[in-house]
Ligand binder design. Structure first.
Ligand SMILES: [Mg+2]
Length: 114
């Protein structure tokens, strides 16, 4: 599979390419799809995003670290066998209906259960 054959606007193609990456390194049989390990990897990438912001790195660096996290998120949907696209739209529907509040000077959108 090469990126030349893929539609960059297609979620399905993004997922297929991440699947090809997993297959290339046999993640399924080498621990690369273990969820606890993946959580640690995602935390690591989130830390790298954080460093971009707190150390004033470039937008390109921030975009790259965010892509690392997105690739891990897509791969986690593969590893745990759930439909992330469906979950995304379902959750967006839900949060679009939520109220917002100012909390300590910043907006917060939540269910605000007591
Ligand atoms: Mg990274």
């Amino acid at each position: 599979m090469s990126t030349r054959d893929l539609n960059p606007d297609s979620y399905q193609d993004m997922l297929s390419y991440v699947q090809a990456f997993h297959d290339k390194h046999d993640f399924k049989n080498t621990g690369g799809e273990e969820l606890t390990y993946r959580i640690a990897l995602m935390a690591e990438e989130l830390g790298e995003m954080s460093a971009c912001v707190t150390k004033g790195k470039s937008k390109d660096d921030l975009a790259e670290e965010t892509a690392d996290l997105l690739i891990l998120l897509l791969g986690t949907a593969i590893s745990a066998d759930f439909d992330l696209q469906q979950a995304f739209w379902h959750k967006m529907d839900k949060i679009m209906k939520r109220e917002s509040k100012m909390v300590n000077g910043r907006i917060r959108v939540s269910e605000f259960r007591d």
